[in-house]
Design a protein around this ligand. Structure first.
Ligand code: TYM
Length: 329
């Protein structure tokens, strides 16, 4: 029996992945390698939507590629590639853009949030979710492991796949989001109502930052004015977030953790979570450094992944082109 197909992507927009990326998505990427046919991509074209410095794009793309391997993505098991190396992403995006309603694209909340924070939002930022749909549909993905913040983009992808199929004939698999409820939204350590994100660095734990900083950020996490360690995301978002983190990193259920903390103060919880995250980050950092010391090998692996991804992407694109009436070259 063929394994179900998975595709997911991560932007190389920060110098380091963070705990939200890891628990919300990347952990699932690693686990799915054994049960699914997995395609994972560093979405450098998406990163261009906010006009970063070219040197930064280069460095972060390479680092993201290394971080994915360090976190457990095995380039022999998964097709691991850089988005811009497979030109079909841009080609299919255009075709999908032509069946996307302007109003439909305007409803994307992430665009509204991001454009509100910028002086001048680019057209690229506006069409970002259509490029994301192309990423997914090119590989006929059945499932897409992501955090909660990507749900709306996945809905758009499903709508576009369904629309294309009904207008032009069966072409794309309609993908399902794979969102693990417990860790779907890791919140900011300083503002526990916001999702943990690189745009709020003080409450965001980056896996590549100095271990002392990681420890300090977790130990100074905002909690609440009570003293009892309990899981109640609504009323105790800070404490609940720390419990979620400890549970996800250790595999112990939140219920068991709460029992084990009976009679203890918030300090004990913070200290344990800090230790656990540091113990995870330390070998991860060493592995990333090792990988970045051999750039030739990283480039070789990028090419292997790009070649394998291109095979699948090219077949889908030619099919979609023919169905839309474009004459194949
Ligand atoms: P990006 O690069 O912002 O984040 C990568 C993944 O991490 C998840 N995530 C979180 N999960 C839980 N809690 C958090 N605080 C948190 N912060 C981030 C994200 O949901 C995501 O799964 N648009 C995508 C990249 C993309 C993509 C794709 C994803 C491009 N093409 C195709 C899937 C399929 C993004 O910006 O993710």
């Amino acid at each position: 029996m063929t394994k179900p197909r998975v595709l997911s992507g991560i932007q190389p927009t920060a110098g380091s992945f963070h705990v939200g990326n890891y628990l919300g998505a990347l952990r699932q990427w690693v686990a799915m390698q054994d049960t699914h046919d997995t395609f994972y991509t560093v979405v450098d074209l998406h990163a261009l939507t906010v006009a970063p410095e070219p040197a930064e794009v280069r460095e972060r793309t390479l680092s993201s590629f290394a971080q994915l391997i360090a976190i457990g993505i095995d380039p022999l098991k998964s097709t691991l590639f850089v988005q811009s190396h497979v030109r079909e992403h841009s080609e299919l995006m255009w075709m999908l853009a032509c069946i996307t309603g302007f109003g439909e694209a305007s409803r994307m909340t992430q665009f509204k949030d991001k454009s509100a924070k910028q002086e001048a939002a680019s057209v690229g930022l506006f069409t970002y979710p259509i490029l994301q749909a192309a990423d997914i549909l090119l590989y006929q993905a059945d499932e897409v492991p992501v955090g909660e913040d990507q749900r709306q983009h996945l809905e758009l992808t499903r709508d576009l796949a369904g629309r294309f199929n009904s207008r032009y004939g069966q072409t794309f698999t309609v993908p399902k989001p794979h969102i693990v409820k417990d860790t779907a939204k890791i919140v900011d350590l300083q503002e526990p109502t916001a999702k943990m994100s690189k745009s709020l660095p003080s409450g965001c734990v980056f896996l590549l930052e100095p271990l002392k900083t990681i420890e300090k950020k977790i130990k100074s996490a905002v909690t609440d004015s009570e003293t009892v360690i309990a899981f109640d995301p609504e009323n105790k978002p800070g404490v609940s977030n720390l419990l979620t983190m400890q549970s996800a990193f250790t595999g112990t259920s939140v219920e068991e953790l709460v029992v084990s903390y009976e009679g203890q103060m918030y300090g004990a919880l913070k200290k344990n979570v800090a230790e656990i995250v540091v113990a995870f980050a330390e070998p991860f950092q060493n592995r990333v450094n090792e990988l970045l010391n051999d750039k030739a090998e990283l480039h070789r692996l990028m090419k292997v992944g790009a070649d394998r991804a291109t095979e699948v992407a090219a077949a889908t694109t030619v099919n979609a082109q023919e169905r839309m009436g474009l004459i194949p070259r």
